[in-house]
Write a protein that binds this ligand. Sequence first.
Ligand code: FAD
Length: 303
Amino acid sequence: PFDVLVVGGGPASASAAIYAARKGIRTGMVTERIGGQVNDTAGIENFISVKRTEGPIFAESLEEHVKDYNIDVMNLQRAQGLERKNNVIEMELENGAVLESKTVVLATGARWRQIGVPGEEEFRNKGVAYCPHCDGPLFEGKDVAVIGGGNSGVEAAIDLAGIVKHVTVLEFAPELKADSVLQERLNSLPNTTIKTNAKTTEITGEDNVNGITYIDRESETEQHIELEGVFVQIGLLPNTEWLGDNVERNKFGEIAVDRLGATNVPGVYAAGDCTDEPNKQIIISMGSGANAALNAFDYIIRN
Ligand code: FAD
């Protein structure tokens, strides 16, 4: 059996696998694709010590670093179930194989929920963005919209209002869903507008985004706003559905971890965007991957 089996191929997994392999223990990695969400990222400007890089380049260097170690990488493989039996964790893959390991680090990441209107795919990274921490500064001095009036949308709007010229929040429902303290903060800002009952129908543009079209559900009229950026903030979905009932999760489906990165199942750790860690960033997922692997190693030497 493996000592540490890492599930996922993003920054959290790469970090966990390298930290484990550096202990000289038997380390495996099962992943659908190496690089994770970073593959879909254009510019990365907040990975500290690297002023600017691009997603695919970053993903390639993750892979190179992993391959520099004695890590059994099972690429293009999906884990579909996990069970702890007699102090060993059995991991079932979609191809029918069953792997055994003393410990597991779950690092299957997350995906942004998409609004699914024309223009969203076309202008992805050309004005359509999902992460205000990552892409906010690209819109300095410009007009942007945030789709979604829940906590993440309103937090994004408050954050962006400090950088961009003007932020319009579009919410489908008749009122915002965010906590009232956040709504009050948003309302106190001079450069924000809230449109409720607004059903986004299209993100427009030529080479880059130039506007957003929505239906005002009250007056049943079509409206258009000229702007240069759209942040979609209607949810981040953790890739944890496959875990069944074995591993404890919160109401958002995020794996509950403690300070050690440990889950409720002995020997099973989790790291990165699939966990209840509140801030989802490359640098944070790598830190949590390293933490989980070191604590998995500690678990192995004590059991
Ligand atoms: P992920 O990167 O999501 O990787 C998870 C991996 O697990 C994937 O490869 C997935 O295919 C695989 N997987 C899922 N389920 C299974 C399964 N059942 N079996 C096997 N494998 C599985 N962060 C920054 O710090 N700076 C930025 O500039 C930045 N820009 C971003 C731009 C975009 C468009 C997006 C989408 C995200 C951006 N982020 C940025 C966020 C950053 O990419 C994530 O925080 C980070 O990738 C999380 O790493 P992770 O390893 O936890 O998960």
